[in-house]
Design a protein around this ligand. Structure first.
Ligand code: NAI
Length: 328
């Protein structure tokens, strides 16, 4: 098609943005035949830096980049957008309590949800990367009553990719041999990367590993604390990998999942697997024709049950906190 797809990115002058924008513009999200128009939202003091990033986008002369608009007004930037990648968020500052963090992010994601509700295209799909991603997505969704709830999601694809990479390294196989990885719950340290339903070269991953101590004592904490390990090593939080996962997530949502595989996406729970309805929680999902469905019928053993319940309890606490603040 020749009509450009309008892709909004918030926090576009940030670290993730600096990697994400160039990959979207080069066709990594929508392919080499689909022109893309970028709509970049920033806060006013970051607009000058963003202008510099746009100069660099120009200088790449990407054949698929049909246009770039920038601004600090969400109702202008989101006008007619088909995909919204909400990356910009308020990080936790020194001495900031969780309630303060949720409130500060509510001040970002409630108005952005309202703006999307007002001006986005009818086929809008929203992906929240900015943390706390699940609850920020819940806030945006709750403030956009005219957009179907299934158009909101939060990113757990980075955790999913980390889990695939860790498992492949443990078993000495290429990442392409790993299928049906699942991250359950919140994008936080309570997340549950599940090897009991994953497959390695067609065989059950937990059985192939055959080492519950490694699974519980090494694999799960390594995946769940990977973000902190990167901050420790790099002196800055993961950005290129977060951008790459954001692309993977949005591309899968548009293009679908291959037969015999699924991905992890945090989406609105319909009560599947005992996850309270209405929470934005990570599930195994398949995608077809632009619509995700939660994979049904997986058996959940006691170990997995406990891990899923703990992460979902955290999501319910976050939901109650933002409800108490009047944000949803
Ligand atoms: P960063 O601090 O480099 O960039 C964030 C940008 O957002 C800044 O340029 C800031 O000006 C902008 N921003 C703040 N409020 C805004 C608003 N109301 N509208 C538009 N832009 C706004 O941060 P970085 O490294 O790019 O990370 C962005 C977010 O992604 C953080 O919340 C981080 O925790 C999260 N993250 C999520 C991951 C995931 O897997 N879900 C992985 C890695 C990071």
């Amino acid at each position: 098609s020749t009509t450009p797809v309008k892709v909004a990115v918030t926090g576009a002058a940030g670290q993730i943005g600096y990697s994400l924008l160039f990959r979207i513009a080069s066709g990594a999200l929508l392919g080499p035949d689909t022109p893309v128009e970028l709509r970049l939202l920033e806060i006013t003091p970051a607009l000058k830096a963003l202008e510099g990033v746009v100069m660099e986008l120009d200088d790449c002369a990407f054949p698929t980049l049909a246009g770039v608009q920038i601004g600090d007004d969400a109702t202008k930037v989101f006008d007619g957008v088909n995909l919204a990648l909400l990356v910009g968020a308020r990080p936790r500052g020194p001495g900031m309590e969780r309630g303060d963090l949720l409130e500060a992010n509510g001040g970002i994601f409630a108005p952005q949800g309202k703006a999307l509700n007002e001006v986005a295209a009818d086929d809008i799909k929203v992906t929240v990367t900015g943390n706390p991603a699940n609850t920020n997505a819940l806030i945006a969704m709750s403030n956009a009553p005219d957009i179907p709830t299934e158009r909101f999601s939060a990113l757990t694809r980075l955790d999913h990719n980390r889990a695939i990479s860790q498992l492949a390294a443990k078993l000495g196989v290429p990442v392409t041999e790993i299928k049906k990885m699942t991250i359950w719950g919140n994008h936080s340290a309570t997340q549950y990367p599940d090897l009991f339903h994953a497959e390695v070269s067609g065989k059950n991953a937990a059985e192939t590993v055959g080492d519950q101590d490694w699974l519980a004592g090494t694999f799960i904490p390594t995946v769940a604390k990977r973000g902190a390990a990167i901050i420790e090593a790099r002196g800055a939080s993961s950005a290129a990998s977060a951008a790459s996962a954001t692309i993977d997530h949005a591309r899968t949502w548009v293009q679908g999942t291959p037969d015999g595989d699924w991905v992890s996406m945090a989406v609105r729970s319909d009560g599947s697997y005992g996850v309270q309805e209405g929470l934005i929680s990570s599930f195994p999902v398949t995608v077809k024709d632009g619509q995700w469905s939660i994979v049904q019928g997986l058996e959940i053993d006691d170990f997995s049950r406990g891990k899923i319940d703990a992460s979902v309890a955290e999501l319910a606490e976050e939901r109650d906190a933002v409800k108490g603040l009047g944000l949803i």
